[in-house]
Write a new protein. Structure first.
Lengths: 359, 359
């Protein structure tokens, strides 16, 4: 197969297969329920109230988001229980926005330092915001060491914040063969952090973690909540990490072949449609759904170079290929809308409401 | 110095220093004029009619763009001479859009195959669109071999297109120590392609090339036109390639320190604000304007990890740092607007009108 039947739209665009999306949503919810974990999916992946509503319909307890502006947009869309899983710094202007949000929804924030906890407490009305202490479980990004969680929690409680638990992001699961070891480290760290809170008399009711690649190994004897994001669509990274198969990929970028040279074709989607993500272990700049043996060997802003294996016919000029982005969160953040497809026909389009909502 | 004075806006945002922008615009125009080259800057970098107007005011002959949708938006904004420097495939719907554009502006397209030339000719009214044959000068992306330019030109002319010359993008200049060699190869290839057109009786009036890193070495005895894009802002790639200095960088992402750990700080801009571009030769995921010795060692969607050298104080939580993106074109394509600054004060904001215009 060298292409797919054309849709009546100019490429490139992001295409969501509704049935696959629904299957992924159901599986994510079923897996969490089977493990006894609350599901609080990370909506930064899709940035779409339509998809978030479907997640709640499947039993999610609320949403995770990354920024105050994302939370504002989802609150505007009617969502009332949001965790900003980020160590938000309450600059003067942002503090006012957080106060406004806390007045209209149940708001939970991440905090990973005594200074931030004290400042948050100083600018927010007492007990209006819940916080989780962020800990580092091995990804080495933000978060305090697990045994330091207690002192941050004490500072937060003294500052008038409602400390309800701890959270981490086991992002080191994004590496070959690290999915299970990252989940083990996550459980160990969350367990230590929970003890650290108990030691200072604060109940770690919420113990939140999880990621799409590590979610099958998330330890529900330690954690209470999981926050996967990518599972709604999946992407080439998940396929290459072994976290899903190509037949679980619900989002692709529809592209057109615009140039050919030997075994290489150029399609009209580049880093401005797919994102430039390329982990050191990735096979290329994404994958081709129709041609899993092909490799995307180079990426410019509007060109992806696809090397077709000798065993396959080289797609014709004007033919269409569906590219599976490496990292779907960044591909989505480039698009204004999703084209929703069912049984190969366009049935709807959904705006990417929180695209670019970084503040 | 561990930070800069704060602006009354929540981070992250893209900040343009107007005086540096104007200096870059003037230099780009002066360099082209001194070399006797027409300047047709690539507006895909900035996607802003405001900046494009300033480029024309500095003497640019017209604009280069990458997509039909970019050209539509710039035509809507009053620009009347546009080259889509891309091998556009005229699918049925896109062909109608090209016809409409050609009715209202002077439109030039790239073509790099006989098939595309014939199809373009079949869907466009005779002589309504100019074309340049794209050739590969060593970047090995789109474009035919220089000596094959004539046969594509003949096919285009027979199909009713007005062939006015040849073009290339010497993208292989984006590599350490390759700026001059890429320009030499560009001149050689453009010269061969021009001869190939002359041999079939077609005058190669326009011989277009150029890029920001190679522009100082563009051979004006062979080329007639240069199409730099990044020069308006510059970026970390240009600094690291030696094409400019930090004091030539007119655009930065203003960020806030949200987390600290030893010599590392986390700022609140990641791949969703900066883009994920990272060439193999890059020092990291961008640079810090205030701390050129620092390195950005990791990037997530909303986190950049900045390693501060031992010799420098670690910035405080809440402090602001200005990040120079690796590849400014992709950073701009993530933002809805520019915050325009002069002498450290916000004086305006300009919309990124063609953000996401990929079709």
């Amino acid at each position: 197969m060298t292409g797919v039947h054309s849709l009546p739209l100019d490429t490139p665009f992001l295409e969501v297969d509704l049935d696959l999306l629904e299957r992924n949503l159901a599986r994510g919810a079923d897996d969490a329920a089977a493990n006894g974990l609350d599901l609080r999916p990370h909506a930064k992946t899709h940035k779409s109230p339509e998809i978030a509503r479907r997640q709640l319909a499947h039993g999610a307890v609320g949403l995770s988001l990354a920024t105050v502006s994302e939370a504002e947009l989802f609150a505007d869309a009617g969502f009332s229980d949001i965790f900003i899983a980020y160590p938000v710094w309450p600059s003067e202007r942002r503090a006012g926005r957080i106060r406004s949000l806390a007045e209209r929804i149940r708001l939970r924030l991440g905090v990973d330092s005594i200074e931030t906890a004290e400042r948050l407490g100083a600018v927010l009305a007492r007990d209006t915001v819940e916080v989780l202490v962020e800990i580092d479980s091995g990804h080495h990004r933000s978060g305090v060491g697990p045994t330091d969680a207690g002192e941050v929690a004490v500072a937060a409680a003294r500052a008038g914040l409602r400390v309800v638990g701890v959270f981490t992001f086991p992002g080191h699961a994004y590496s070959p063969d690290a999915r299970e070891s990252a989940a083990l480290e996550e459980a160990l760290a969350i367990g230590q952090a929970a003890e650290s809170l108990e030691a200072v008399g604060i109940e770690p009711t919420v113990r939140s973690g999880g990621s799409t690649p590590s979610r099958a190994a998330t330890d529900s004897s330690v954690l209470t909540e999981t926050r996967p994001g990518v599972y709604v669509f999946n992407d080439a990274q998940q396929v290459e990490l072994g976290s899903c198969g190509f037949d679980d990929v619900a989002l692709t970028a529809r592209t057109t072949v615009v140039s050919r040279r030997g075994n290489d074709v150029i399609v009209d989607a580049g880093s401005k449609a797919l994102g430039a993500d390329r982990a050191a272990w990735a096979s290329g700049y994404g994958r081709v759904l129709e041609l899993p043996e092909a490799r995307i060997t180079a990426l410019s802003e509007h060109h992806a170079t696809v090397r077709i294996p000798d065993s396959k016919p080289v797609p014709e000029l004007g033919g269409e290929l569906r590219i599976v982005p490496n990292h779907v969160c960044n591909a989505v953040n480039l698009a204004n809308e999703y084209v929703v497809v069912q049984n190969g026909e366009v049935i709807d389009s959904w705006p990417v409401v929180a695209r670019g909502a970084n503040t």
